[in-house]
Ligand binder design. Sequence first.
Ligand SMILES: Nc1nc2c(c(=O)[nH]1)N=C([C@H](O)[C@@H](O)CO)CN2
Length: 118
Amino acid sequence: MVDSVLIEGLEVETVVGVYDWERRINQCLLVDLEMAWDNRVPGASDDVSDALDYAAVSERVTACLKGLQPKLLERGAEVLAGELQEVFGVTWLRLTLRKPGAVPAAQAVGVRIERGQR
Ligand SMILES: Nc1nc2c(c(=O)[nH]1)N=C([C@H](O)[C@@H](O)CO)CN2
């Protein structure tokens, strides 16, 4: 499967971080997702129920990270990947989680994971 559905630069405000001061504030995370999906089916039917609905996935991503409040980006990425695979039936995904401002000299720092088979 070479087709994908994309979400790029999704902003989520949540509690995230390992330090005590970070547990008392909201910080912004940026989420990029590439998810394998057979786009020939919705391409033929023109029906959103055949598509991987990026709006529904975006809502789920936001709710998951707001609820989870992970210490590590790695934890956020891992839980998110598992939830998206289970809930939406995504067989393969590449997920990037960035934390802008965490290292002031860098534009952003983050993690990237791939899970499942294409
Ligand atoms: N690989 C990681 N390194 C660090 C993380 C992380 O989530 N993954 N987090 C922190 C702190 O929370 C940092 O962002 C505070 O500025 C440090 N390193």
